[in-house]
Design a protein. Structure first.
Length: 395
C-alpha cells in the first residue's frame, strides 16, 4: 500500500485552478464533482516532503530576491547524474520561471525575426506561440502514425534542416501530447542531421521523469558531442506537480551561448526562478523520489484504464499508448463527425479534455486526456462518456 494519498478528491474551483476556470467558461452548469482532464497538472496533493521544505523556509529565511545557491545547484546536478546519467556542471545551469519562457528565450537567442524554427507536429501549443508570436516562421515536419504510434519523418526533417532559413529545432522529449519516448537511436539521428546543416537545438524535457516500464528517457545532450551543445530545458514542475512554484533549470554548456542567453533574459526583463521554487525543486530531487515512484504506478494503472476503455471503440476512437507522462493522445477521426461536433458532444457529457487543434497540424480530430487524477474520478468521467456514446452514436 502506498504511503501517499492518490485517492482523495479536491474541488479546485475555490483556488481558481486553470483547468476548472476553463471548464466553467465552457459549461457554467457543469455537474458537481466533475474533474476536468485538460491542463497538464495532476489532481494529487503535493508530496509531503516538498510541503515540509516549503513550510520550513519562510520561518528561517527572508523572501527577497535570490539566486541559485551551490546547495540548490548541487541537488539539480546530482539528480540528473543519478536519474539520467547526464554529467552536467553547476555553472551550466540558468534558472527561469518556466520551460516555456526558456524556450522563448532560446528562440530569441538563436534566431532572427523571419527565420525558421523546425517543429515536429502535433506539438504542445506554446511551441507555436514562442515561434510565430516572436516573428519567426514555424517549419512544420508532420509526424506519421505507424501501428498507432507516432514516428518521425526523417526525410522531411532533413529537408527542412537543409533549407538555409531554418536555424533552430525545438524538440519535445518525451513528446507532448503523445507521451512518446524517443529512443537513443532516434535522437542520435536527429542530432546528426542538425549537425550536418548546423541547425541549433533546444530540447524541452519537462516530462522526462515519469516513464513507464519498458522505456527509458535519454537526455538529448548525451547522444553526441554536437547534441551536448543544445539548450536543455527542464523542470521538476510536471513530475512533482509543483508548476505554480515557477522554477525551471536550463542547461547550457557553451559559455558564449550561455552568456548570450542570459543577456536575452536580462533585456527582456525576465526574472530568474523564485526562491520558493528552488526550495521546492531541491526537496523534490533530494527527498520526494518515493512519491514520484508511487505516482508513476498510479498513472500506469490509469493509462491501462483508459486504453482498456477505448479498445472496444477502435478504429472509430483509438487511444495511443503513452511511454511516459500522465497524458494520453486519442484519435476520433474514425467517428466520421466534424471536430467541433464531437467536442460539443463531449462537453454535453461533462467530459473535458484538451482540444487537438491546440497542438497544430496532426491534431485535427484528436484530443489529449490527462490521467493525473484519482482513479475513481477517471472512471466516473469515462462512464459518462460511455453512456453518451451509446445514446448519441449507438456505440
Amino acid at each position: 500500500m502506498s504511503a501517499y494519498d492518490f485517492t482523495s478528491y479536491y474541488d479546485r474551483k475555490r483556488t481558481k485552478a486553470s483547468k476548472w476556470v476553463q471548464m466553467l467558461a465552457r459549461k457554467p452548469d457543469v455537474k458537481e464533482g466533475v474533474v476536468p482532464m485538460t491542463v497538464a497538472d495532476m489532481d494529487f496533493m503535493t508530496a509531503p516532503e516538498i510541503v515540509a521544505a516549503l513550510e520550513k523556509y519562510p520561518a528561517m529565511e527572508l523572501l527577497g530576491y535570490s539566486r541559485p545557491t551551490n546547495d540548490y545547484l548541487g541537488a539539480v546536478v546530482d539528480f540528473y547524474q543519478k536519474e539520467h546519467g547526464y554529467q552536467a556542471q553547476k555553472e551550466w545551469i540558468f534558472t527561469t520561471p518556466g520551460v516555456v519562457p526558456a524556450l522563448a528565450s532560446a528562440v530569441r537567442t538563436l534566431t532572427k525575426p523571419g527565420e525558421g524554427v523546425i517543429l515536429l507536429t502535433p506539438i504542445y501549443g506554446p511551441f507555436f506561440d514562442v515561434t510565430e508570436g516572436q516573428g519567426r516562421k514555424a517549419a512544420i515536419c508532420p509526424m506519421r502514425v505507424v501501428n498507432n504510434r507516432l514516428e518521425i519523418d526523417f526525410a522531411c526533417f532533413e529537408q527542412l534542416c537543409r533549407e538555409e532559413n531554418n536555424k533552430l529545432f525545438l524538440l519535445c522529449s518525451p513528446h507532448n501530447p503523445s507521451g512518446r519516448v524517443w529512443t537513443r537511436e532516434e535522437l542520435t539521428r536527429l542530432a546528426d542531421i542538425c549537425e550536418k546543416y548546423q541547425v541549433h537545438v533546444a530540447s524541452d524535457e519537462i516530462h522526462s521523469d515519469i516513464v513507464m516500464d519498458g522505456h527509458a528517457h535519454t537526455v538529448f545532450n548525451t547522444v553526441s558531442e554536437y547534441a551536448g551543445k543544445a539548450i536543455l530545458c527542464t523542470s521538476a514542475g510536471k513530475t512533482f506537480n509543483i508548476q505554480a512554484l515557477q522554477c525551471a533549470n536550463v542547461f547550457i554548456k557553451d559559455k558564449e551561448l550561455r552568456d548570450a542567453y542570459e543577456r536575452d533574459n536580462l533585456y527582456a526583463g525576465i526574472e530568474r526562478a523564485n526562491v520558493m521554487g528552488m526550495v521546492g525543486t531541491a526537496a523534490a530531487y533530494r527527498d520526494a523520489l518515493p512519491w514520484r515512484d508511487a505516482v508513476t504506478r498510479v498513472i500506469a494503472e490509469n493509462h491501462k484504464t483508459v486504453l482498456d476503455f477505448f479498445a472496444p471503440y477502435a478504429p472509430r476512437i483509438q487511444a495511443m499508448a503513452p511511454d511516459a507522462s500522465f497524458l494520453v493522445w486519442v484519435d476520433f477521426s474514425g467517428m466520421g463527425v466534424a471536430h467541433e461536433e464531437f467536442f460539443q458532444f463531449m462537453t454535453d457529457c461533462d467530459f473535458f479534455v484538451s482540444d487537438g487543434n491546440f497542438f497544430g497540424p496532426g491534431g485535427e480530430k484528436h484530443f489529449r486526456l490527462n490521467v493525473g487524477l484519482p482513479a475513481a474520478k477517471l472512471k466516473e468521467n469515462l462512464a459518462r462518456l460511455k453512456q453518451g456514446l451509446k445514446e448519441r452514436y449507438g456505440m
